[in-house]
Unconditional design. Sequence first.
Length: 198
Amino acid sequence: MAELLRRLRAREEEMAVPVRNRDFDLTTDAATLSPCTYGTSGEWSYVLESSGSSTWYERWFCDDPAVKPLPRDELVCLNPNIAVQPCWLAYAPGCDGAMWFTEFGESPLRSRKADTTGKVAALDAALRAADAVNPGPPEFDRRPEWVKFVDEHHGGVPAVVWQAVGDCLGIRVPRADIEKGNLPIALLDDQPLGWRRN
């Protein structure tokens, strides 16, 4: 867990002495800090943010080498991207550091990469089984029709993607503890380090 938080540039003081979210005083100088809660689920470590975008995802596209998956890393990121849309699912199956990116509602197998592990195909199957991939015609002629169907029957596209990914990968987050503020909090340094795309 600590390694993931460090890669996201969490402050050492929160990591050294964990404080529950409900007991944390956010009146500190946090202009360039993004709060997150965190925990573990089986072999997975997770970070939950409420900023509308994922720190990991933003740093990936700023070419931050700290967030690039190593060949041994299995990583999944669900980025709601609330301000600009679309929502993105990023997945590294943990074999060679390769990343797979797909918009919510699309198949991760649309990439031209070879799925050498079978894990991307398994994730795709789980998403499809949960109605989290738009099947297209003849079921739905246009994406808005499919989105309306998922909203009405499954609580929305982000909810169904989140559930399908968690079920497929065995990630469980304690919703009741999150709502009660029982998870520990960390502040991620949100200040860019001068990275830019070439």
